[in-house]
Design a protein around this ligand. Structure first.
Ligand SMILES: C[S@@+](CC[C@H](N)C(=O)[O-])C[C@H]1O[C@@H](n2cnc3c(N)ncnc32)[C@H](O)[C@@H]1O
Length: 250
């Protein structure tokens, strides 16, 4: 079973690129404010490399990690001068770096069966250990409240050669998105739509809970509802978790 397979990866790249593209200027200014002007950024859940392209254009080096082969294939084509790995961010080695980012609720996904609350705290610790003193971890999560409890919402979005239908339901703190993709293809002069189905489950985290866990690991934490001028969608929180400059534990 693979997620963000070929058609959903394509549709996310061409039709749902707002989050990555509009958050990039805000993220770059957070890095500058923390005096991080070069060095390595590790992008966890890098998707199709939209953020990686912005970071390399600003002269950072980038290592992108994503569980989806199709996403990573797009990223490698888009940003040939960055490095990408197909791996779970909950398992991957995080090399010494100046910043770690994770944009677009990547930490919420339950694709990796090892994504437990304990694994999330271990991830915070691994990021902390990998960061240079005064390094930053910038990421966002989806919180409970995506959909009213007990209701199911259905919506669709379309582009030139694709349609995506999404059904959402939130039970306790798990959001289930049932996704149908339709991609227009032309074969032997005839057009048809190829269908694919994916089910994504996300564990939703309260911002206060996440901030507390980051503090316990040793980070200084700021919780935000935007990246610069880009306001996050409803019930999303972003974090700037900073390792203190005098921490020499790496
Ligand atoms: C909503 S997309 C965001 C992609 C990209 N950061 C962006 O903003 O365009 C979420 C991404 O997280 C990745 N992902 C989810 N769980 C993951 C895991 N355990 N390890 C690595 N990547 C994961 C998915 O494959 C997908 O590319």
């Amino acid at each position: 079973m693979e997620w963000y397979r070929k058609d959903l990866a394509y549709i996310h790249d061409v039709g749902h690129n707002d989050y990555a593209l509009k958050s990039a200027p805000g993220i770059l200014s957070i890095l500058a404010k923390h005096n991080i002007h070069d060095g390595l950024i590790v992008d966890l859940g890098c998707g199709s490399g939209l953020s990686a392209l912005e970071f390399t254009a600003a002269r950072y080096r980038v290592l992108g990690i994503d569980i989806s082969e199709s996403m990573v294939a797009l990223a490698r084509t888009r940003v040939p001068n960055a490095e990408f790995r197909v791996e779970s961010l909950f398992e991957a080695d995080i090399p010494d770096c100046h910043a770690v980012v994770s944009i677009g609720e990547c930490l919420n996904y339950l694709f990796d069966p090892n994504n437990t609350r304990t694994k999330l705290i271990q991830l915070f610790q691994r990021v902390y250990n990998a960061l240079a003193p005064a390094g930053v971890f910038i990421f966002d999560v989806a919180e409970p409240g995506q959909v009213a409890q007990g209701t199911i919402t259905k919506s669709f979005t379309e582009g030139e050669d694709w349609i995506v239908l999404v059904e959402k339901q939130e039970e306790q703190t798990v959001l289930t998105r049932r996704i149908i993709t339709l991609r227009k293809l032309k074969e032997h002069q005839e057009e048809h739509y190829r269908r694919d189905d994916e089910v994504h489950r996300l564990r939703l985290y309260e911002a206060t809970e996440v901030a507390e866990q980051l503090r316990q690991v040793g980070f200084q934490v700021q919780v935000m509802r935007c990246y610069g001028n880009y306001d996050l969608p409803k019930a999303h929180a972003a974090f700037v978790a900073c390792k203190l400059p005098n921490d020499e534990r790496i």
